[in-house]
Design a binder for this molecule. Structure first.
Ligand code: G3P
Ligand code: MG
Length: 240
């Protein structure tokens, strides 16, 4: 399936609180055709949208996410930190996020983002929620920095696309991406050289770069052949 060139990062992280329903709406308003989000587990096994392993940066909680029940996470304010307009925004479940994103007509990249030690458990629960809730024809991908999570996705839902996330392109990255039957290598744009883009294309995969917020970086990457840019500011990059 064709992925759009511009993907909103954690919704549209520069425009609205990340990984919230308000953020996914804002991405759609900005014209994004696909968003990325981060999926992890509450203590009681509910798949939620949240990036960090600890609470506090994007809400008024504290301590490890993995130790909090869903009810406790749901009571947090996940929007007020970003701005008063978003006060009272809640941490969404993955199921809620998928429903809204489909309604908005966007595709989604579900990054499986396990708390330490919960890689397979998080992947299995995330795959199950996607299988039960994602009925849209819009583009879909699982991605993860954790090969164990992608192994579970491949075993449980081989029909759904996988993206191999890498920050540092460490030795064996392309072989590992191929072993996991990834359709793309999703790399840190600062280390995604033209040689790496060419190597990805040579094995029939797409090249996706995160997190590209400056038009000059976007232009350089596209000139080098980058296929997909993940950005906090879809409005800015779509205007190019
Ligand atoms: O999926 C691209 C990007 O989201 C990976 O990094 O830390 O923002 O989840 P991070
Ligand atoms: Mg992410």
């Amino acid at each position: 399936m064709e992925f759009p060139r511009i993907v909103g990062h954690r919704g549209a992280a520069a425009l609205a609180p990340e990984n919230t329903l308000a953020g996914f709406r804002k991405a759609a308003e900005a014209g994004a055709k696909m968003v990325e989000l981060d999926a992890k587990l509450s203590a009681d096994g509910i798949v939620i949208c949240h990036h960090d392993n600890v609470l506090g940066r994007t809400n008024n909680g504290e301590g490890p996410v993995a130790e909090q029940s869903f009810a406790a996470l749901r009571a947090l304010d996940a929007g007020g930190w970003f701005g008063p307009d978003f006060a009272g925004e809640r941490i969404p479940t993955l199921a809620e996020a998928l429903e809204l994103i489909a309604e908005l007509g966007m595709g989604v990249n579900v990054e499986i983002k396990p708390c330490p030690g919960r890689e397979r458990e998080t992947a299995a629960a995330t795959v199950k929620i996607v299988q039960e809730n994602w009925k849209s024809d819009a583009p879909f991908q699982f991605s993860s920095f954790k090969p164990a999570a992608l192994e579970v996705a491949l075993a449980e839902a081989s029909d759904l696309s996988r993206g191999y996330l890498t920050d540092d392109f460490k030795e064996g990255w392309l072989e590992d991406a191929a072993r996991l039957k990834s359709v793309s290598v999703n790399g840190n744009f600062r280390r995604y050289t033209k040689e790496r883009i060419d190597a990805v294309h040579a094995v029939g995969m797409k090249a996706l770069a995160y997190t590209v917020n400056e038009p000059a970086d976007a232009a350089r990457l596209l000139a080098d052949g980058m296929d997909i840019l993940v950005t906090d500011c879809p409005d800015k990059l779509l205007a190019l």
